[in-house]
Unconditional design. Structure first.
Lengths: 170, 288
């Protein structure tokens, strides 16, 4: 795992876990993950569902006395876990992210309602949400056309890492 | 305020779920004499998806927008909390890693000289706040508000320099000038679960329930946001929150710009509010 997040500096105060709004849903708590990272026990971390329960609220990072970028570590763990195969705890998150990024790659901008619709179509829940969808449609919040940038090629290039400077890897 | 001209970065939600945030933002800025030009050919910042899937891609997406503003010698003005966070983070990252700065920005333009400013900082600059207070024609009298800052506007701090990450106050200041009564509220920076509302809805509903429960306890008349994702989340799921709490929750959710526009007597407020899922018009009629 990339040491740039600073996990080596963790002394286990658990302030991250105390402030985490979703820690009670996690199988491994944020401070436990930091410890396992230090110990190199990667298999246990990659098998955990905890990184997928992180909502990216940045509370842990704002409060960590050692300025560890815990949310960035969670993101790295997600990536490494997906790289090793399908992850049970991931739920629909990778699919959602893919829908979202594909739309940007194609036209440079996102139609939020369409992403939500496509997500529901594939993952279920359309029936459950139809009332809210109808209200949003009436309110004019769902648009049929997806806006595009003028220079679509320029944005698509950003998705081709070979064209992009290697240094841009935070 | 800096002297540099501003280019408005509206973000994708302003064409969709957050349309009324975009319209009320432009209306308020125009009424205050702040010139608004939209950044030409802006692209999506990648929101949370790019940051989760590929942080380097997130920096490149925001880098293109920063370069577009830099080429014009302008600062970016952002109202969406997520776009603001992505752009501000990328600006800091690119300043520290100059090799990743797009050549398209042109000679001499640097990421550190291209400001990323949130609307809330612009509207709470002393001179602007004074201008607003002079122009209030419909004070939000008697409206008890929970000013909700959420996550990405104020955290982690450092590159997000809108306000104090633990106890922000700018939205409270602004709405107090408009005649409202912002309450002391412990939950102003607690996450509403917006990023999980589609992928893990029960988790989001649970987080929202905490916010709404405290609003009920404090007899708050409305909740105010600065983020389109928080807005749609808090506005749309009150039925599920009511079921979880075992009591009826019907709290209007405003964008702070809608309330400022109302106080300034600008046209269009009623139309924007009609796009809300939870009725937001009745509480303002009481102010009259």
């Amino acid at each position: 795992m990339d040491k740039a997040t600073g996990f080596a500096a963790c002394y286990g105060c658990a302030k991250c876990t105390s402030g985490c709004p979703t820690a009670h849903r996690m199988d491994l708590k944020p401070h436990q993950i930091m410890r396992l990272l230090q110990l190199g026990r990667t298999d246990e971390i990659l098998a955990a569902s905890a990184p997928w329960r992180c909502v990216g609220c940045q509370t842990c990072r704002a409060r960590c006395p050692n300025a560890i970028d815990i949310p960035a570590a969670m993101v790295q763990i997600r990536g490494a876990a997906l790289g090793a195969g399908p992850v049970a705890g991931a739920g629909g998150i990778p699919f959602f992210d893919k829908l979202f990024l594909d739309m940007i790659r194609r036209g440079g901008r996102v139609n939020d309602g369409l992403v939500a619709f496509r997500y529901r179509l594939k993952r279920g829940g359309l029936l459950e949400d139809w009332r809210i969808g109808l209200k949003m449609l009436r309110a004019g919040k769902l648009k049929m056309r997806t806006p595009r940038v003028a220079d679509v090629r320029d944005v698509a290039r950003l998705f081709e890492p070979d064209d992009a400077p290697k240094e841009a890897a935070p | 305020m800096t002297d540099r001209e501003l280019r408005f970065f509206p973000g994708c939600a302003m064409d969709g779920a957050g349309a009324e945030y975009g319209r009320s933002t432009v209306a308020v800025l125009e009424a205050l004499g702040v010139p608004v030009r939209v950044l030409d050919d802006w692209n999506c910042c990648g929101a949370t998806a790019a940051r989760h899937e590929d942080p380097a891609l997130a920096v490149r997406l925001s880098g293109r927008n920063l370069a577009l503003a830099a080429r014009e010698g302008c600062d970016l003005l952002v109202n969406c909390a997520a776009c603001y966070n992505n752009l501000a983070y990328s600006r800091e990252y690119l300043a520290a890693h100059p090799a990743a700065w797009p050549a398209a920005a042109g000679d001499g333009a640097r990421p550190e000289s291209t400001g990323v400013r949130h609307l809330l900082t612009v509207l709470t600059a002393d001179a602007v706040l004074e201008r607003i207070s002079e122009r209030v024609v419909q004070p939000l009298a008697g409206l008890r508000l929970a000013c909700y800052y959420g996550c990405l506007l104020v955290r982690p701090g450092g590159y997000t320099d809108v306000d104090d990450p633990e106890n922000p106050h700018r939205m409270d200041d602004l709405l107090r000038v408009c005649g409202a009564e912002p309450v002391d509220w412990s939950y102003k920076t607690d996450c509403c679960g917006g990023s999980a509302s589609l992928t893990d809805n029960p988790a989001a509903v649970e987080l929202m329930a905490r916010l709404f429960d405290s609003c009920l306890q404090q007899d708050v008349g409305a909740l105010v946001t600065a983020c389109p994702l928080c807005h749609v989340n808090l506005d749309a799921w009150q039925g599920k929150v009511s079921a979880l709490l075992g009591r009826e929750v019907r709290l209007p959710i405003y964008y702070f710009t809608e309330l400022v526009a109302y106080a300034l007597g600008l046209p269009g407020v009623d139309r924007w509010l009609s796009a809300h899922i939870t009725d937001a018009r009745a509480p303002l009629r009481k102010c009259r």
